[in-house]
Design a protein around this ligand. Structure first.
Ligand code: DAH
Length: 341
């Protein structure tokens, strides 16, 4: 039996050392130390030994078992280290290889124009608001003094969600005026850029979805002079010092008086050319003094507070800023177009 144990020890140790994978090593463990393993079988024969032989043989058997177990452990460590080594080698990064350039995109021209407008107004102490595109007709129309029967409420002009015309895609950013009045403490100075929707056919200057930037100031003693002064300053910053503006009377239900502001054509300097359709002036925005009824409906006393507001079309601003001839280009996302800005 002594010899048997010595053989097992020698064979097993050699075999363990040769194992190339954890699975092979485990197979060998079963082969020698498992329930029916070679060492186990020998140990089971201990009972047949004489009482004198048993202690010495028992000790030897235990030594062999301990040797095999520690050899297996050692083999496990060896295989794990080898596996790690192989993985490190396989995943090695050659830091000397030149990097692949990342193709970075850039801002859409319309957002460049929007950021310029935001910059200017933030610099004058305005807060930028964001609001829902799915809006209550009450805020888009009623609270803006355009009650039932107003032509802009027509089904052919407006995207409604329900038969009762209560919920709609906002047709203007002006309901943000009402939202600001309802939620902010006075005085208020805000701009609110965002998408608006109208039932328009797509052509070079129209789209059923476009963007506006709404602006509003409410304070004590605010007059039309503040409106003109502020918007003139904005135009100087957007289009350069010395750019002339012109205010024409107009009508909006939520302002009184209302006006439209034109800027002198940047192309011809006011003489008249195809860009300004011979007018010398290009319409830029609608504006006016907030109608006292609109203030009243928001619970603001028009005898104490007054305000002015404006709405500007963002696509048109970008088109003029970047000399883009067709509105559709702004939404088509053709990179050949976008790359030019
Ligand atoms: N909401 C108007 C439109 O869609 C534009 C506008 C005009 C906004 C006058 C205003 C304003 O705030 O005071 O045509």
């Amino acid at each position: 039996m002594r010899e048997q144990l010595a053989n097992i020890r020698a064979q097993a140790l050699a075999a363990f050392e040769g194992a190339q994978t954890p699975a092979a090593l485990d197979e060998l463990r079963v082969k020698y130390l498992g329930k029916k393993g070679e060492l186990t079988v020998v140990l089971k024969q201990m009972g047949r030994l004489s009482p004198e032989e048993r202690p010495a043989m028992g000790q030897l058997a235990n030594e062999v078992r301990a040797a095999l177990e520690s050899a297996i452990e050692e083999g496990g460590r060896r295989l794990a280290a080898a596996a790690l080594e192989a993985r490190l080698k396989a995943e090695a990064v050659d830091v000397t290889i030149p990097g692949r350039a990342v193709k970075l995109g850039h801002q859409h021209p319309m957002y460049v124009a929007l950021d310029e407008i935001k910059e200017i107004f933030i610099g004058m102490g305005f807060t930028v608001l964001d609001g829902p595109e799915v809006e209550l007709a009450e805020l888009n129309f009623d609270r803006l003094n355009a009650e039932e029967g107003h032509p802009s409420r027509d089904w052919s002009d407006t995207f409604y969600f329900d038969e009762d015309s209560r919920v709609m895609l906002r047709s203007q950013t002006s309901p943000m005026q009402v939202r600001a009045m309802d939620s902010m403490p006075l005085p208020i100075r805000i701009i609110a850029p965002g998408r608006v929707y109208r039932k328009d056919e797509v052509d070079a200057t129209h789209s059923p979805m476009f963007h506006q930037v709404e602006g509003m100031v409410i304070d004590k003693g605010v007059t039309m002079a503040d409106l003109k002064g502020t918007l003139n300053t904005v135009v100087q910053k957007l289009y350069g010092e010395g750019t002339r503006t012109r205010f024409r009377p107009h009508h909006f239900p939520f302002t009184e008086p209302s006006c439209e502001m034109d800027v002198q054509c940047h192309k011809c300097g006011g003489v008249g050319c195809p860009t300004c359709k011979g007018e010398g002036w290009i319409e830029l925005l609608g504006a006016g003094m907030i109608h006292p009824r609109v203030l009243e409906m928001a619970g603001i006393d028009p005898d104490v507070w007054s305000g002015w507001a404006f709405g500007i079309g963002l696509e048109r601003t970008a088109m003029r800023r970047f000399k883009i001839a067709d509105l559709r280009l702004i939404f088509e996302n053709d990179v050949r177009f976008l790359e030019q800005f």
